[in-house]
Write a protein that binds this ligand. Sequence first.
Ligand SMILES: [Zn+2]
Length: 331
Amino acid sequence: MTAKLPQARPRGIQIFLLGFLVCVAGLLGAAPTVNAQITVKDYLQPLLDEYAAMDAPGPQELELLAYRYEFVYAKELGDLFYDRLTHDRKWGLREAFADYAASFPEIIPTLAAKRAEVLEIIPATEARFVELFGLQPEFPVYFFATLAPTDGKVTHFGGRRGFALNFNKIRTYSATGTRILLGHEFFHLFQAEYIEEPEGPELPPEPTLGSLMAEGWATYASEKIFPGFEAWQYVSPFAGDDQQFRAFQEYKGEMLGYLLANLDNTDRRVWARLFSGNPEDAAPWPPRGGYYLGYLLAKQMSADRSWRDVLLMPYRGFREIAETELRSLAK
Ligand SMILES: [Zn+2]
């Protein structure tokens, strides 16, 4: 991509208009860099280039760069990651941005290194999908870096389902964790595009049951895509050790009982207890216990079926099978 980040202007409206034009140009002109199937739309490299072109920048210049990048240059991606965040969580965004921008000298090289790593993982992941499922995944992947704390988000730019990766989050993931994360996330898109109705929603309407299948299956799929690692690495690819996984094992009975008692409960708090990333929603369990339970469920179902059939099964009919299998897991 050749578009440069818009330069700072004294008036906000000018920044906004210029940013809007550059944004539109950027979205139209982003060049595929991996291959024709999983296309990379690289919104990260311009940040790296822009930083490299700065001559001993002060804190204010760095802060402006951070703002221009996230809220002007790549506004659509910024909006996607900050959606509801500012009023959901009472955090000091300005202070956080100042700290974030001040750490650019230390962060930027790690972003560049992770970018190179991911560019190698993508074709390997793609090849594994073809090998395992006989289907070619096709979707855009947006490279982006943001202070927002999510590692990736599904996008619908131009009516096309895609995936945006937050390099500022995944720069701290191990090489193994990064591979597993990509296998996991790409399976979500693959499942939505090829297994469920192509025009249908990402997740089935029942939040807890839908997430149990979506997250459990993606976790289990990541193990099939990149085999050979420990179970905890698939369940907690962001973690550096098995501490969270061991806590899941400890609370397994309690979490299973709760899930079975609330299988058809559509209250968001039930969903949050098992699938939200916020530790307060799940305490005393670790957050996202539903990922672990869904992974166990997929594994259990593969004991007397082929794991390929399990991974490729449609959501229709899932509830009945899931309940039977969860009950035997709880024994
Ligand atoms: Zn997931």
